[in-house]
Write a new protein. Structure first.
Length: 479
């Protein structure tokens, strides 16, 4: 960045002046090659340079001002680069792609729609009304502002305007004023399950996000360093699996074990089902939220929104073009009352809601997004249920990595392998390995499975040779 002084400060006096100001005796070439060599370096302001240049030539000062403008441009580009890196770098996640579509992709989409509608409302002209000829410009502005905050109703052009006010208000379409609010509320509802997951996952006894981050960081490290990181991760997981398990058995423990099979995340911390049950519960919340979104928008918009997308597809299939729906009318009616002395005059004006042109398309996009998201969520939950409730799915997940490692000896280690999966790893251990695999490479997961398996076999061999094992029910110990 300091090379800008060389490009714009052509005179030797300029170079000397700037170097003197910064209190350094290094050459400009040295400053260019080591731009951060002095932590206290900062760029001068106009006033400071001007005070320093009182005895200098006027062209020199003008030249320095041009340099300062270039520095400002570089600073602004640096800020934009930093912001983009923060926005695009999201780091490792402890959930899957469908979850991220809910709490990140959908929230970003709804927030963008809220910004678009908000700019149209508060920056543009969302409404234009046809007022009587005797109205002046100020009267027209007042009428449009009053109609915007008042109740408006829709009457098709081929129908007469209802005479009674009650009949008119039955056709109320005032939802457009709250579109931004409802979109932001939708953002909050889509983010809530993820916030709940982050709050409750810590009660499992291990920092899931930290384990996933450590695995992600180990992906791009050299082999020697990666091996150390993997062993470090395996040590954390091993201590967690050993610490949170049942070592004593009585009737109360057996009752809690039965409940743990049903209410996993409530009773299953020491039975190895807490994380798995909690994660499944969060996924069910995501699905319930999507279904609730259709109900919410049906109540908000005043028509059967859950059928809206099918109406669009049916009309496109029959006519091959988009049609304007009465759900989002462009032309509406507004009744205003004006007090003139002791008389109150009522005017019915016709207004154009240009904002509904955007709102109609926005809620059409939201419908198709929610529909596809609900299908993806149902399929995703079905897959997770299949993996959770069938033991052979967990065994198959671990075994395929042992086969790739050449450590699968079916003749001698089959029973030991079953104990490794069902009694040592259990549901939560397999879930942790899945989370690591989803957010890092297969190389890391291969190394992690290898370390855990060899460590388990080592402990099992010691037990067979007569080493002492922690007290407890032999069916619940991992070795």
């Amino acid at each position: 960045m300091f090379s800008l002084f060389v490009q714009h400060g052509n005179s030797t006096h300029t170079k000397t002046l700037l170097a003197k100001y910064r209190g350094t005796h290094v050459t400009l070439e040295h400053a260019h090659s080591h731009p951060r060599s002095t932590p206290s370096h900062r760029y001068p302001s106009y006033r400071e340079i001007a005070n320093c240049a009182k005895t200098s030539d006027a062209p020199v000062l003008a030249n320095i001002q041009g340099v300062h403008e270039q520095i400002g441009l570089v600073r602004w580009e640096s800020i934009l680069e930093a912001l983009s890196s923060v926005t695009l770098s999201r780091g490792a996640r402890d959930d899957d792609a469908v979850d991220q579509l809910h709490h990140f992709g959908t929230v970003a989409l709804l927030a963008a729609f809220a910004a678009l509608v908000g700019m149209n409302q508060y920056v543009g002209d969302p409404i234009h009304c046809w007022v009587p000829a005797q109205f002046e410009d100020s009267h027209q502005d007042y009428t449009e502002n009053l109609c915007w905050v008042s109740q408006m109703y829709y009457v098709p052009m081929d129908e007469p305007i209802p005479y009674h006010k009650e009949e008119r208000m039955e056709r109320d379409i005032s939802f457009y004023r709250w579109v931004v609010v409802i979109l932001l509320l939708q953002c909050l509802l889509f983010k809530f399950p993820n916030m709940l997951w982050k709050e409750l996952r810590g009660y499992a006894g291990i920092n899931v996000q930290k384990i996933v981050n450590m695995a992600d960081e180990a992906t791009m490290t050299p082999p020697e360093e990666r091996e150390k990181k993997v062993e470090h991760i395996a040590h954390f997981i091993d201590r967690w699996l050993i610490t949170y398990r049942v070592y004593k058995y009585n009737i109360l423990i057996r009752v809690r074990e039965k409940f743990a099979g049903v209410f996993c995340f409530v009773f299953g911390k020491r039975h190895g089902t807490y994380l798995t049950g909690l994660y499944l519960f969060i996924k069910l919340l995501y699905l319930a939220n999507v279904v609730g979104q259709f109900i919410l928008l049906t109540k908000f918009l005043g028509f059967e929104y859950y059928m809206y997308g099918f109406e669009i597809l049916s009309h496109l299939n029959a006519n091959g073009e988009w049609r304007d729906y009465d759900h989002f009318p462009r032309v509406v009616m507004c009744d205003i009352e004006i007090r003139q002395l002791q008389n109150i005059q009522t005017f019915s004006t016709q207004c154009v809601l240009s904002i509904n042109l955007f709102v109609e398309k926005i809620f059409a996009i939201i419908w198709f997004w929610l529909f596809l998201l609900s299908i993806a969520t149902i399929v995703n939950i079905g897959r997770w249920l299949f993996d959770i409730f069938f033991n052979y799915r967990r065994e198959h997940f671990i075994q395929k990595y042992l086969i790739m490692l050449g450590l699968d000896d079916k003749s001698s280690d089959r029973k030991l392998f079953k104990r490794f999966v069902s009694q040592y790893l259990r549901d939560d251990g397999v879930f942790m390995l899945r989370a690591v695999g989803n957010n890092s490479s297969d190389i890391i997961l291969l190394d992690l499975v290898r370390v855990l398996w060899l460590q388990f076999k080592k402990v099992h061999t010691k037990d067979q040779n007569g080493d002492k094992q922690p007290a407890g029910d032999e069916n619940e110990t991992y070795a």
